[in-house]
Design a protein. Sequence first.
Lengths: 215, 215
Amino acid sequence: MSMILYGYFRSSAAYRMRIALNLKRLDYEQRSIHLRNGEQRADDFLTLQPQGLVPVLQDGDAALIQSPAMLEYLDEAYPDSAPLLPSAPVDRARVRAISDIVCCDIHPLGNLRVLQFLQGPLGIDQAAMIDWFNHWIRLGFDAIETLLADDPRTGRFCHGDHPGMADVCLVPQVFNSRRHDLDLTPYPTISRIWQACEAEAAFAEAHPSRQPDAE
Amino acid sequence: MSMILYGYFRSSAAYRMRIALNLKRLDYEQRSIHLRNGEQRADDFLTLQPQGLVPVLQDGDAALIQSPAMLEYLDEAYPDSAPLLPSAPVDRARVRAISDIVCCDIHPLGNLRVLQFLQGPLGIDQAAMIDWFNHWIRLGFDAIETLLADDPRTGRFCHGDHPGMADVCLVPQVFNSRRHDLDLTPYPTISRIWQACEAEAAFAEAHPSRQPDAE
């Protein structure tokens, strides 16, 4: 039985999962949860994911939540296909740290529910919201650029010459950064790796514009 | 040679690391980076951590950053002491998901640099800042309470009867939630587990009030 990915074409976290499932050549069906229409707040979905957030990955009886936990799960439950992490603990820590900068320090500050809270209850205008959005991406990308540019372990991809967890997290964040036209000129290494990823089928096929629910 | 933990008594992420190092009975020295005095922006520290964030864990030649990546590292590099994760992939995914709700969906929205940006550039007043702070904790705790209360795998701690990664992440977040007096009455399972953790030496000794740089 193939896995089921509950997602939304534009969600960065769902995009991560599509890339990872493609890299590992695992079969999955997609179910779209339309975030702007509030489908994530339907009772059925809340039973799967009490936060009302996508993605959810159903693998047999298990409904898995939180994309960083799911990426680890895929590597542990399906160790025979392309590993998302290298083997040495120090290298694994490096790849996870780059992933965490995206998943903990950039993405949570720019996701839909946060922008809605800024513009609703806090009454922030559109221009200030865009400053906020780009500010956190810029801080995170500054650090990731330094970590990538200064380390001989960086190859064609974030860690060596095979794409892995850090690339899976970085590419959707670069896509997201273009929403409000962040200037990528200060990030030559990130840009180079992003282009290398876009040339891979696993990434290209996971692109938001190519999903069945794309608008 | 013992490890060096660069931290700050009140940082949730440093508090996580102190608990985990204590649980695993690993020796470490603490170096305090005073966040309110801006020591995280000193050149020496930025060489270790380009984001200027604590904690950093120095283990031999390796300077590790990002607490979720460091927790995984401790379990992988020191597998003989108390494991922070259970063994089955589905259970590991559960523990990591609870941890991720704290590390990705709660903590990033309430940390110092974010509150400073809200109150500085965005001009949010103190009352709105406290609403923001508590709003994201409440959303995350609502989900964690459901995940803990509804699952037979919850024991004396978040997963079974030994403390692990989810407890390591949850306890500093509960501590943090008391800063602006969040009502914990809706979270009986979280409260019970928090109290069980506080009774353990590994947690009690890691408490912010017991650190050398506590004010």
